[in-house]
Design a protein around this ligand. Structure first.
Ligand SMILES: [Zn+2]
Length: 362
């Protein structure tokens, strides 16, 4: 079986022009795990949390407190010490110390516990649900009795519909201004301008959580300030943020694992009068103009598939123009003016492109 998975992964690599994924999420199948190790040696591997929860409820029966504790220990942003302490207390309380599934799962903890995976970036993916969702979409376009030609045709249609959803999602964030609601509106407003709507919600939650924090102590060595923070009425809680004048680094490692600044960093930004999220804490992939940056940089890169770039550009142009046409067609008495402006725009772009091609050929 490992050989079959290796073949599939090699095909994937070929499609991706040799680019390995940074992270892989699986259901824990041993043969697949071995294939991943051999073909994607640099990828971080984690087990699907949905499958782990399902296995926990099937293997450890009649112990509801164990399932709650297991979920908590899996998702919480514990340090390794906090994880170990919570785990040993939780399995003692539930009387499952020697349970074979619990013992085996604990041995694999570096593949599922957030405490052990905090250093690794998984693009915010913890389950295989996205893959299951794609399966469900494809299924609705495929008939059991269909021939291969029909399958390819329907598959193509399914892919086009899926991409259209992406275009709609791309457009939404740029057309909505978020309502500011935190105690740090300047930082929040900056976050609203740069992040997509979905990410902004999560970033705003981190800004809100900064309100619960208190400085335990602050020290400075050679221009590096260290803030030790705790939470209001939670004396045992501690995280530390180091700030060297340009970068912030927090012991909770939320930025390293989720790609967004944590509440602790937002708190220290306030203390240090930093009113914009530093660019080294903003991952392009979570920003509104991620695609624009990609398309602009790709034009100069010969290794990128030109058809793919052309398709992405075509999608973006259509998205913007369709919205514009929808709005414009509802207005009376502007047709002649808009058509004249569009023709003018078309001419000026044509001249610009001609100048660029002349410049390149010189
Ligand atoms: Zn933090």
């Amino acid at each position: 079986m490992t050989e079959t998975y290796k073949w599939v992964l090699r095909c994937f690599l070929e499609c991706m022009e040799g680019k390995q994924p940074k992270a892989v999420v699986t259901n824990g199948d041993g043969a697949m795990r071995e294939a991943i190790k051999q073909i994607f040696p640099d990828a971080n591997h984690r087990l699907c949390t949905w499958h782990l929860n399902k296995n926990a409820s099937e293997n450890v029966k009649n112990r509801n407190n164990f399932l709650d504790g297991f979920s908590k220990v899996m998702y919480s942003n514990f340090t390794i010490d906090e994880f170990e302490e919570y785990w040993s207390q939780m399995i003692k309380e539930n009387g499952v110390q020697g349970h074979p599934w619990v013992v085996k799962t604990y041995e694999n903890r570096s593949l599922w516990a957030t405490a052990y995976l905090r250093d690794n970036f998984f693009g915010r993916i913890r389950t295989m649900s996205q893959y299951e969702a794609i399966n469900a979409i494809i299924k609705s376009y495929v008939r059991k009795q269909g021939c291969i030609f029909e399958f390819m045709n329907n598959f193509d249609q399914a892919t086009r519909d899926y991409r259209n959803n992406e275009l709609v999602a791309d457009f939404k964030p740029s057309s909505i201004d978020p309502v500011l609601s935190t105690q740090l509106p300047v930082i929040e407003s900056h976050a609203g301008k740069i992040y997509t709507a979905k990410l902004f919600k999560e970033v705003r939650h981190e800004i809100l959580k900064a309100g619960e924090l208190i400085v335990r102590d602050k020290s400075e060595v050679g221009g590096r300030k260290t803030y030790r923070l705790t939470k209001f009425c939670k004396d045992g809680y501690e995280r530390s943020v180091v700030y060297d004048g340009s970068t912030f680094k927090c012991s909770c490692k939320r930025f390293e694992s989720r790609g967004i600044p944590c509440s602790h960093i937002f708190y220290v930004m306030k203390e240090e009068h930093v009113d914009r999220i530093p660019s080294n804490l903003v991952l392009t992939r979570w920003t509104k103009d991620a695609k624009i940056q990609f398309l602009n940089s790709s034009n100069c890169n010969d290794n990128v598939d030109l058809n793919m770039i052309a398709e992405a550009c075509f999608g973006s142009y259509c998205m913007v123009l369709t919205e514009f046409c929808k709005e414009a067609s509802k207005k009376d008495g502007v047709y002649a003016q808009i058509m004249e402006d569009l023709m003018q725009l078309k001419k000026s772009i044509a001249v610009k492109m001609m100048m660029q091609s002349v410049h390149k050929s010189q």
